[in-house]
Design a protein around this ligand. Structure first.
Ligand code: NAI
Ligand code: MG
Length: 338
C-alpha cells in the first residue's frame, strides 16, 4: 500500500521548493501519494482561515505532513500557524539535525549533531497566559512538567540509541531558574539512568553556547526545553552554514510534520533562486522516520555530491549559478543514476 502524505506547499518560496522536493522524491521511487492541502496566506484567501479544518483532517488521517514555510500575517488576531499545528497534534519533539555539507560558508567541517527541543511547553505558552502585561511590567511564565520533560528526554535517548550515537547532553539553567529548569534537569538525570549504554552530560545553556562555538565536536545529541532549544538549534544551523541547510521535524505520538527551518523568503519568492535543500533534508528526515533510511541517505548524499561537483546547478545563496529547478534536476540525475 502506498504511503499518503499531506503536503502543504506553503507561501512565498514554498511552492517552488516543494515542487523541487517532490520531483526528487518521485525520482527516488518513494511510492508516495501526495494529498495537497492549503494552509497559510493562500488558505486565508481561499477559506478565510490560516489553517482550514480540512487540512488538519488530512494531516490527522495520514499522520504525516511535509510542509513548506508559511507566512503568518503580522498583527493582532493571528497566532503562529506553526505553533497552532504543534499544539493541535501535540508534536512534542522538535528534532533538528545540524550536519556539515561541502561548499557552504561553515566554519567547521564534519559536524554531525542533533538538537531535540521540547516543543509544547517551556516559555512558549503564549495565548495571553502572560501573568502581567500592564504597559510598565511584563511577566511571562515558564511551564515545565515531569511528563513533558520525561517524554522529550526519553525521545532523545531512544534517538541516540537507534542511531548509534554515544552521548546525550541536557542543556538547562537550573542554577537560576530553579523550579522549572530544575525539574527538567532532575527528570533528565532520572531518565538517563535507564540508558547506561549512552553517556549523559548536563551543561548550563550559556556555557553550552560558548562550547558549541569553540568546539562543536564534543556534542552529539542535545536535549533541552523549548526556548533554549529554539536558540541553540539556530546557533547549530549557523555552525553548518545557515538556514538554507537546516531541516526540522515536529514529532508527536500520532502525527509528524517535516519542514524547512527557514521562512517563506518573500524577498526572493517567484525568482526561482530559492535553495530547496532544507526542505529536501526535511523530506530525508521523513524517509528515515518511515524506516526508508536508504532513500533518506540518498537525498543527503545527493546534496553532498551536487554541492561538491555541480556548482553550476546550485542556487546563488550557496555560491552557485543555478536555480531551484537546476538544483532539483541535478539531484534527479543523481537519484536515477544510483
Ligand atoms: P526567512 O527565513 O523567510 O528569510 C530570511 C532570509 O533568508 C531572506 O533574505 C531570505 O531570502 C533568505 N532565505 C530563506 N530561505 C531561503 C532559501 N531556501 N533559499 C535562499 N534564501 C533563503 O525569514 P523572514 O524574512 O524573517 O520571514 C519571512 C516570513 O516567513 C514571515 O512571514 C515569517 O512569519 C515566516 N516564517 C515561517 C516559518 C515556517 O513556516 N516554518 C519559519 C520562519 C519564518
Ligand atoms: Mg526558531
Amino acid at each position: 500500500m502506498s504511503q499518503s502524505i499531506a503536503v502543504i506547499k506553503g507561501d512565498g518560496i514554498g511552492p517552488e521548493i516543494m515542487d523541487a522536493t517532490l520531483r526528487v522524491l518521485d525520482a527516488l521511487d518513494c511510492g508516495f501519494t501526495y494529498d495537497i492541502v492549503d494552509a497559510g496566506l493562500g488558505a486565508l484567501e481561499a477559506h478565510g482561515t490560516l489553517v482550514p479544518r480540512s487540512s488538519l483532517e488530512a494531516i490527522e488521517k495520514h499522520g504525516l505532513a511535509l510542509k513548506g514555510p508559511l507566512t503568518t500575517p503580522i498583527g493582532k488576531g493571528f497566532s503562529s500557524i506553526n505553533v497552532q499545528l504543534r499544539r493541535h497534534f501535540d508534536l512534542y519533539a522538535n528534532v533538528r539535525p545540524a550536519v556539515s555539507f561541502p561548499g557552504t560558508r561553515s566554519r567547521y567541517d564534519n559536524i554531525d549533531m542533533i538538537t531535540v527541543r521540547e516543543n509544547t511547553e517551556g516559555a512558549y505558552m503564549s495565548d495571553g497566559q502572560e501573568m502581567v502585561d500592564d504597559g510598565n511590567t511584563g511577566i511571562s511564565q515558564i511551564k515545565v512538567t515531569r511528563k513533558g520533560s520525561e517524554r522529550i528526554v526519553r525521545y532523545a535517548f531512544e534517538l541516540a540509541r537507534q542511531n548509534g550515537r554515544r552521548k546525550v547532553t541536557a542543556l538547562h539553567k537550573a542554577n537560576i531558574i530553579k523550579t522549572a529548569s530544575g525539574l527538567f534537569l532532575d527528570v533528565a538525570r532520572e531518565v538517563a539512568s535507564d540508558y547506561p549504554d549512552i553517556e549523559f552530560e548536563e551543561m548550563i545553556v550559556d556555557n553550552a553556547c560558548m562550547q558549541l562555538v569553540m568546539d562543536p565536536y564534543q556534542f552529539d545529541v542535545v536535549v533541552t526545553t523549548n526556548l533554549f532549544g529554539d536558540i541553540t538549534s539556530d546557533l547549530c544551523a549557523g555552525l553548518v552554514g545557515g538556514l538554507g541547510l537546516a531541516p526540522g521535524a515536529n514529532i508527536g505520538e500520532n502525527a509528524a510534520i517535516f519542514e524547512a527551518v527557514h521562512g517563506s523568503a518573500p524577498d526572493i519568492a517567484g525568482k526561482k533562486i530559492a535553495n530547496p535543500c532544507a526542505l529536501l533534508l526535511a523530506a530525508a528526515q521523513m524517509l528515515d522516520h518511515l524506516g526508508m533510511n536508504d532513500k533518506g541517505t540518498a537525498i543527503r548524499e545527493g546534496i553532498r555530491d551536487v554541492l561538491e561537483k555541480r556548482r553550476d546547478m546550485v542556487t546563488p545563496d550557496m555560491g552557485g549559478s543555478g536555480t531551484t529547478d537546476t538544483f532539483a534536476e541535478a539531484l534527479v540525475e543523481y537519484a536515477t543514476a544510483r
